[in-house]
Each structure stands twice: as C-alpha cells, then as structure tokens.
Design a protein around this ligand. Sequence first.
Ligand SMILES: [Zn+2]
Length: 455
Amino acid sequence: MDSIAPTMAPTLALHDSQTRRKQAFSPLDPQHVRVYYCGPTVYDAAHIGNLRAMLSADVLVRVLRVLYPRVTFVRNITDVDDRIADRARANGEDIATLTARTTADFHADLAELNILSPDIEPCATHHIPEMLDMIGRLIENGHAYEAEGHVLFAVRDFASYGALSGRSLDDMLAGARVEIAPYKRDPGDFVLWKPSTPDQPGWDSPYGRGRPGWHIECSAMSHRYLGESFDIHGGGDDLLFPHHENERAQSLCCYPGSRFAQVWLHNAMLLSNGEKMSKSLGNFFTIRQVITRAPAQALRLLFLSAQYRSVLDFTWEKLDDAKRTLDRFYRALERTTSIEDAPIPGAVLTALCDDLNTPLAIAALHPLADAALQGDAQAAASLKAGGKLLGLFAQSPDEWFRAGTDENAVERLIQARLDARKARDFAQADTIRAQLAAQGILLEDGPQGTTWRRA
Ligand SMILES: [Zn+2]
C-alpha cells in the first residue's frame, strides 16, 4: 500500500446540498477550516438516529485535520426548548439538572464511540445576548417584525428563501407543519423570539420576557465562534428544512454581504430493521441500549459501512457482522509484534476525500488485514493507521478480545484448572478448558503461565 506525502494528498470533494453536486472543497482560509454541526436537544437519551450526524462530522473533522493545519469544529447544545421544560416538569426536576445530566450522558455515549469532542460546544442558554443582538438587527433592517410579544422573520422579504432546500416557498409550506397564528403576516414566517409565561424559562428582552426560537440559536452561535462566513455546516437531512433554511435566511439578512456556510453537508436518515425508527414499532434504540449489548466500536464500524448520504439500515445481524470484521482486524493487528507507526494508506485517504466514502475506505483495510494475518508487520502498521483515521482501534487487541468478559470468573477457573492439573486430575482440567471454550475464552499455556483471550 502506498503511503502519501502531504504534498500528494488527494483533493477533498464534498457534496454540497445547496448546489446539489459534489465539488472540490476550497476553504475560505486554507490555514484555518471552520465547521459547524447542529448538536442535540438535551431532554432525553440520544438514539442511534442521532448518531449518524455526529459520526459524519467526526470523520469529516478527522480528514480535515490530516489535510489542513488548523480546524475549528463547533457543535452546539440546545438546552432551551419546550420539550426540555415539559420533560423536567414531568420528571419533577429542574431544567438545569435535566440538561446537565442528559448532556453528560450524551458525552459519555459519544466518547465510547470514539467520537472526538468538538473544539467549542456552546450552550444556547449562554448565548441569549448574541441572539437578541441578531434579532435587533433583523428588526432594524426590516427582515423581522414584532407582534404580540413575538418576533417573527418575514420569509417573503428574503428573495433567496428556499434556495438551500431547493423548493419554492409555497411547496415547502405545503409539505411542512407550519404553525398558523393570527400574529403572523405569512404562514411561513418563523419565530425568532416568543413570550414566556412565568413558569416557563425566559429572559428579559426589548420584546418582554421570553425565550428564543430554535433556529436563531445556531445562527448566533456559529457567528460568535466562526464568523459571518465559514466553511462547512452540517447535520441530518431532516434539518435541511426548515431549520437550516431558516438559519441561512437569518444570518444572510443579518449580515448583508456575508455568505454564511460555503458548503452544506446533510447525512441521510437511519432506518432500523427496514423501517423508520419509532417507539411503537419496537425498533427504537438509544445509543446506550445498543452499546450495552454490543461493542461500541462495532456500532461505529456498522455506521461507517454506509456512505453518509445513503440510507443506512440498522439490524442486530449487521452489528454482529461488524463485530466479526473487527475481530478479524484485531487478530491481524496482534499477529505481528512491535508495530511501528505507518503513514495513512493512500487508498483509505483517497476514499475519504471522495465525499467521505467510508465503505470504500473500509474495503481498503481488508487486503491490509489479509497481509497482516500472513505476518506482514508493515501491512499491520498500515491497517492500524488507516483504521485510526476512521476512528477505529480505540482499544488494544487485548482489550478488544477481553471486553465483556467477567475477568475474575475466568481467573478463578484458570486457577481451578491449574489446581486440577497439579493433582493430576486431567479430566477435570479438560472439562474446565472446554467450559471456558464454550464461553468463547481460549487458554494459552506458556512459560509465563496460562493466559487467555476471547476467541
Ligand atoms: Zn442548527
């Protein structure tokens, strides 16, 4: 496998949702690439559908860090939302307790999947002044209006409204659930600020005590940390309309002459067992539910087995397949000793530079694993470097093969087998060995004693 020098790095091409084509990525500042992804609304455990955008962003940022000297990745936390307030009330806890716990759980889930933390993770509630500043500017320049304690964005006055999602305003409104309200000039006008009752979270503002609409959060936080124009904005394709269309409208109208995001990335949805995930179908899983039943790395590999723009169907069988693939990769890694660091294999980086083609990148790992299993230490080193770029191999082979095992119970049985052998009760020793083998534990007797690993 060829290694590549940085000067020969392939060109990154990304599919931009707005132009609807794949194009060479050209950062505004090649010395500093800036990326924004919409993060979670923290009222409930993250489900595996949420994971797709987080993983797409993770692979993107890992690739950008190979290609560019500096990358700033911002992913927000939405910690003000009516679902949060409703859930906190239902749980009988205060909002801050609920959002802090849910955020910590989200971080723990992502860490197990070896998803890197963003460089900046702003919370909406810490950026209310920035949102009010944008709202004030939009009213001033005639793109927003105040009505009955609300501030609304006037979609008809922004000629390029709909350019991102590529549909006419009337088509979009027909297909979306828009709230009809008497204070709206147009049914498509969306809320920038809304009034809060005394029992709802709220902040003082020129329009009375209230709280922000969802879309203004991301416009305010991306502006604060990445500026008026930045490189990449991403999220799930369910965010394309209205969320991203509205973010774009607010930001472009607030800062005339700016470009907001240059490239928009949207990942396709996740199916579960062939259908859209829903609690009533019994195919709804949180990340935590899945990674208590299977290794988190197997879930990561399964998700990377589909390119982010194609629909991915989650099944437990595919998760088993992913685990078996990782077993094989890890056997290849442990087959040779003293693996040195190797450059990223050219085929892996080239695949990822082609609109993050993760299935092709994984396919390029298989011949390396084949060679490594034959004892080729250089191939093993390349396998490790390629896998690490995909965020795999967070564990050592030893950790991987022992995971999920009650180590104390294994050690006790190994001791019992040694005692049996000392007593020349070989039948009993063989029985214990067979009992462990049935649990997938293989024993290896060596000069240093007996060691074990998962089959
Ligand atoms: Zn957003």
